[in-house]
Ligand binder design. Structure first.
Ligand SMILES: [Zn+2]
Length: 336
């Protein structure tokens, strides 16, 4: 008995210790999960980006009521109106007296000539030095629309980029940068970068005033917590500042996807895969943030519930760091 009691007691003690350890282990696992889903209060306090707002923008734009936001469609027009209100409520100012810049385009598709229309939403946050060349921070608000009766929500592509762009705008309103930031929500990106092309054909500000394009397209989910930065190969002057950002980032920052395939060992070249392409063609430096394609890319399953909130917030913070670092490192005297 005694022995049994001793054994009993030691069993109870061991079990108690075991349960405690297991419990702590379990608690730790749950904490890690909770941290990945939503940053802890401690971490949340240090964040400059409001994660609830970030998720709200994605959930709103990916809502079926916007019918996948095809350029020029009723859903696309409704998304445009929502975004215009958000630009104004953040306090962004018009550029050359306007926020909405309509355009038309013609392109050749597999089935022949396609005529389309869209409108870019543009607003600015003035810098402390308004002589300094400006940065254009961009994303695209359109997506694939409805196909065969199925809505393509486009949560990651590119409601996530719009959300991070708006978060930078809100930060800018709170703490202006040295230079003016022009925020451009492009339309008809899915129809061949049409909004960005129209922006550079008829820019709302002199092209010579644009020192850099920071483009965001698909920035909210990657199982390995990796984000790519493209642009430092063709524009090496960007690398020192971005190396510093990568060194401090809470996620893995990879450089690449910006070399011709022939010299990149078959790695895909994203230089002309999103709205930074027309800037590059106009000889304006770019930095593009984006994740590797995932299983839901251009599928009806690209929904807001698939977004990894912790990673998404960390990307937004990293992009904010990059704009701050580049603002500090870029010359303020007009480049040309
Ligand atoms: Zn996209």
């Amino acid at each position: 008995m005694k022995t049994r009691r001793v054994i009993g007691i030691s069993v109870v003690v061991t079990a108690a210790v075991w349960f405690q350890v297991a419990g702590r282990f379990e608690a730790h696992r749950i904490d890690a999960q909770r941290e990945a889903r939503a940053p802890s209060q401690m971490r949340a306090a240090s964040l400059r980006v409001d994660s609830d707002r970030l998720m709200e923008v994605v959930a709103t734009l990916a809502d079926p009521k916007f019918e996948g936001r095809a350029a020029g469609s009723p859903g696309g027009l409704a998304a445009r109106a929502w975004l215009l209100e958000r630009f104004k409520s953040i306090g962004l100012e018009p550029v050359s007296g306007a926020y909405v810049f309509p355009f038309t385009y013609t392109r050749m598709s597999a089935t022949g000539r396609v005529d389309g229309s869209g409108a870019n939403i543009v607003g600015q946050c003035l810098g402390t030095d308004t002589r300094a060349p400006v940065f254009v921070v961009s994303s695209h608000y359109d997506h694939l629309g409805v196909r065969d009766g199925v809505v393509y929500p486009g949560a990651d592509d590119d409601a996530s980029g719009v959300a991070v762009m708006l978060a930078i705008a809100e930060h800018c309103r709170r703490a202006p940068f040295r230079r003016t930031l022009v925020f451009a929500a492009f339309d008809a990106e899915e129809a061949g970068l049409q909004g960005a092309k129209a922006f550079l054909i008829a820019p709302p500000l002199p092209k010579e005033r644009i020192a850099l394009n920071v483009n965001l397209d698909m920035v909210s989910r990657n199982d390995k917590r990796e984000i790519f930065i493209a642009g430092t190969h063709p524009w090496p002057q960007l690398k020192p500042a971005l190396d510093e950002v990568a060194r401090q980032a809470p996620i893995t920052v990879l450089f690449g996807h910006d070399k011709p395939v022939a010299i990149a060992g078959g790695v895909e070249d994203w230089t002309h895969q999103s709205d930074h392409g027309p800037f590059h063609s106009a000889k304006i430096p770019f930095v593009y943030f984006g994740v590797e394609d995932h299983a839901d890319y251009h599928k009806p399953t690209d929904t807001a519930d698939k977004i990894n909130r912790g990673f998404f917030v960390d990307v937004a913070e990293t992009v904010l760091d990059a704009v701050l670092q580049l603002d500090a490192s870029f010359a303020v005297a007009p480049p040309r």
